[in-house]
Ligand binder design. Structure first.
Ligand code: FA5
Length: 351
């Protein structure tokens, strides 16, 4: 006897109870499970034969499951009685107004993901999605961040214990969608012949995890990652793409700025900010100084191209990775990222 066996027995009982069509059938099931020689009764009789430790755990669980089965029997009995009573007595008044079912809508994050995908689809980006649990190689090492490199600290990563790959290292909850860069390069390399490796125009949207929480940081959030690789790609393509996106998403009047930054996997690297809509650029608890950071970008580092199996002498690329929630907060004037995850319908219904 173990917990799994008990769980299966209970599930089996419940699924057959709710299928019954008559009270006689229901009574048969009561006897089968709870009768003098019933399956649950037998387990209760076996409790004294268990070790003291197991007795404590299994005793409680058996009684809990017995109660669940008893409740299911009573509830099904009521259902059957109601159905047979209804057939005889009930009549249907067509004039009474119906009860409108509640109609849900997509969450604001899903709507935004859809909008972002559509904007990038219009300039030929191909939407993909890569693992939520990732190996160290794809998240860090292959992105030019060797073991113990201080740059890794920025990602405040959740590691998964006791799960590692002999070649790719420890398992982590994906801390950024940049891991998709190497996966996309590998995929393209596998599917195309070597002299036609690219172009790549990838849009990878996925969940990311970091040990962070405040008005502009959530432990689980979404990023979208763009990657373009081709011959003769340069920084103006990156600027043009980001400019196009910002104008499509925020409208023509919104101001953005590009700041020099450092990422190990791009060279040169930048961060892109937009004027904060919450404080109108004055500085507040969401943005700190009037500009809200939307994400990073840069020209793909040759080491990363080589790690993905792309010839860095022939090809160049640019990449960017932005936060989905940050983006929509700056469009809809949302001053705390946590509002998006609290599931308060008064908030969610507005979108
Ligand atoms: C990165 O994650 C890089 N991978 C971005 C990148 C991609 C750079 C490609 C160069 C080339 P960063 O840690 O700054 O960079 O995160 C990017 C964006 O993700 C942030 O600007 C923010 O919009 C969002 N973000 C990061 N952490 C959180 C969080 N905890 N909650 C919500 N959004 C977050």
């Amino acid at each position: 006897m173990n917990q799994e066996f008990l769980q299966n027995l209970k599930n089996q009982a419940i699924s057959t109870i709710i299928e019954t069509k008559s009270e006689d059938e229901l009574e048969q099931l009561r006897i089968e499970y709870l009768g003098r020689n019933g399956k649950i009764t037998q387990l209760i009789k076996d409790i004294p034969t268990l070790s003291e430790e197991k007795r404590k755990i299994m005793g409680g669980l058996i009684n809990e499951n017995k109660k669940i089965i008893e409740d299911a029997l009573v509830s099904q009995k009521n259902n059957l009685q109601r159905q047979s009573g209804n057939q005889e007595k009930d009549w249907f008044d067509f004039t009474v107004p119906g009860i409108k079912p509640k109609i849900g809508n997509l969450h604001l994050i899903s709507l935004t993901i859809k909008e972002i995908s559509e904007i990038f689809a219009r300039i030929g980006f191909n939407k993909v999605s890569y693992p939520e649990i990732e190996w160290d190689w794809y998240s860090f090492e292959g992105l030019n961040m060797p073991q113990n490199h201080p740059a890794r600290d920025e990602w405040e990563t959740f590691f998964i214990e006791n799960l590692s790959h002999p070649k790719y290292g420890n398992a982590v909850l994906t801390p950024h969608t940049s891991s998709g860069q190497l996966r996309e390069m590998e995929k393209v390399k596998k599917t195309l012949s070597t002299d036609r490796q690219v172009p790549i125009r990838m849009l990878n949207i996925g969940k990311c995890y970091r040990r962070q929480i405040d008005a502009s940081h959530a432990p689980m959030f979404y990023q979208f990652e763009g990657l373009v690789i081709d011959r003769d790609i340069n920084i103006t393509h990156l600027k043009g793409t980001l400019d196009y996106f910002v104008k499509q998403y925020f409208g023509l009047k919104r101001e953005t700025r590009i700041r020099p930054f450092h990422f190990q996997f791009t060279e040169p690297s930048f961060e892109i900010d937009v004027t904060c809509i919450v404080c109108g650029g004055k500085g507040c608890s969401v943005c700190k100084e009037g500009w809200m950071e939307l994400g990073g970008a840069g020209m793909v580092h040759p080491n990363v191209l080589e790690n993905g199996g792309i010839d860095s002498l022939k090809y160049r690329g640019f990449a960017f990775g932005w936060g989905v929630e940050r983006l929509l907060m700056m469009k809809y004037k949302i001053d705390d990222i946590r509002l998006l995850f609290n599931n308060d319908l008064r908030f969610l219904k507005q979108f």
